[in-house]
Design a binder for this molecule. Structure first.
Ligand code: KG4
Ligand code: ZN
Length: 341
């Protein structure tokens, strides 16, 4: 089955062609980062309008790259939520219009299920069951995964998502959007141990997260340095490292707890923050101690992309799922509501 995947939940237009027998055939992405950067974050209306502009040229591009034409496509998978409603509607409308014109089925895919399954596109995919840490701009969740659609939420953030904390902290320190990669870059030159930041909610049992206080702690530290006239590049790097290390340690401690609680020793990390090298190294070390393994997607498939939507959609379409031609999207959509395959 050849599936065209469309991703438009936020500020990336992602398009891909996934074949159930031959794997990923082509994948193209247009990132709107430069468009939103001047505003310090995503402007939803600009995002929607840009998706409209990019979608059809990207579809033509992946078809050309794969040497396929529209008659070869068996079904279309598109992100139906969660995300920005206007942006989601562009992908949904485009998918349903093409499905109608080409007389093929379309299926709305859950964006976080797309992220969660992205490591399946790699050479050594994880086997079920496993624990998944989903860390994106909008979500921080620990999930027990027994199969596609068999998701048990173990814990999540009570306030900011991990990626959101990276973005907001970076903005406070005058860094560009998106903040995660910027902080990671500065942290490479940071002095270990100069600042010690808290590891929120690790001193009590449970698998919940809270990153909002850490963000404020970082702001206070930065303001104290500014007040003391210490705003040199090295200080920025030192604060970036202390912040990143606090997030990484907190995520590692909670992942270890989740693995212990479930008795599992395979961990999947997915979503934009899973591209973070310090997080990967920390989790790899922890899993090595537990004789387990950590799985993640290649960096470009950690952040938003069409390949993960094409893959997740293909699994559900192969199981016979599809929908009518109505255009439905959901800004909020708990992943546990998805049907099991
Ligand atoms: O999954 P994603 O592309 O979009 C959402 O579904 O939200 O994640 C984007 C988030 C942003 O908050 C961005 O700052 C963060 O992922 N991110 C990173 C890194 N690369 C992207 N955070 C930390 N380190 C990185 N290397
Ligand atoms: Zn995402």
């Amino acid at each position: 089955m050849l599936v065209l995947g469309l991703e438009t939940s936020c500020d990336e237009t992602g398009v891909a062609l996934y074949d159930s027998e031959h794997g990923l055939l082509a994948d193209a992405l247009f990132s709107q980062i430069d468009l939103h950067r001047v505003y310090g974050g995503v402007v939803p209306e600009l995002a929607s309008r840009d998706h409209v502009k990019r979608m059809l040229p990207l579809i033509r591009q992946v078809l050309d790259e794969a040497g396929k034409s529209n008659v070869d496509i068996d079904a279309i998978a598109y992100t139906a939520g969660p995300g920005l409603v206007g942006a989601l509607l562009v992908g949904a409308s485009c998918a349903q219009a093409l499905a109608f014109a080409w007389d093929i089925p379309a299926l709305g895919v859950h964006h976080m299920e797309g992220h969660l399954l992205a490591p399946m596109l790699e050479e050594q995919p994880p086997a079920f069951p496993f624990v998944a840490l989903l860390v994106s701009g909008g979500h921080t969740q620990l999930v027990r995964v027994d199969g596609i659609g068999q998701y048990q939420l173990l814990g999540e953030s009570l306030d900011d998502a991990a990626g959101e904390a990276f973005d907001k902290t970076a903005k406070m320190m005058g860094l560009q959007y998106p903040g995660g990669p910027e902080i990671a870059k500065l942290a490479l030159s940071g002095t270990p141990g100069r600042f010690k930041f808290p590891r929120p909610m690790t001193d009590r049992p449970g698998l919940e997260f809270s990153f909002s206080g850490l963000k404020t702690f970082t702001l206070n530290t930065w303001q104290q340095c500014q007040a003391a006239g210490d705003t040199c590049d090295q200080t920025r790097c030192d604060i970036a490292l202390a912040f990143q290390q606090a997030v990484v340690d907190t995520l590692t401690i909670k992942c270890k707890r989740a693995l212990k609680q479930t008795g599992l020793n395979n961990l999947v990390i997915a979503g934009g923050v899973s591209a973070n090298q310090a997080l990967r190294q920390s989790l790899e070390q922890m899993l090595a101690d537990l004789n387990g393994a950590v799985f993640y997607a290649r960096p470009e498939f950690c952040t938003d992309n069409g390949a993960m939507i094409a893959y997740a959609g293909c699994q559900r379409l192969l199981a016979g799922q599809h929908e009518d031609l109505s255009i439905k999207v959901q800004a909020r959509w708990p992943m546990e509501q998805l049907p099991a395959l």
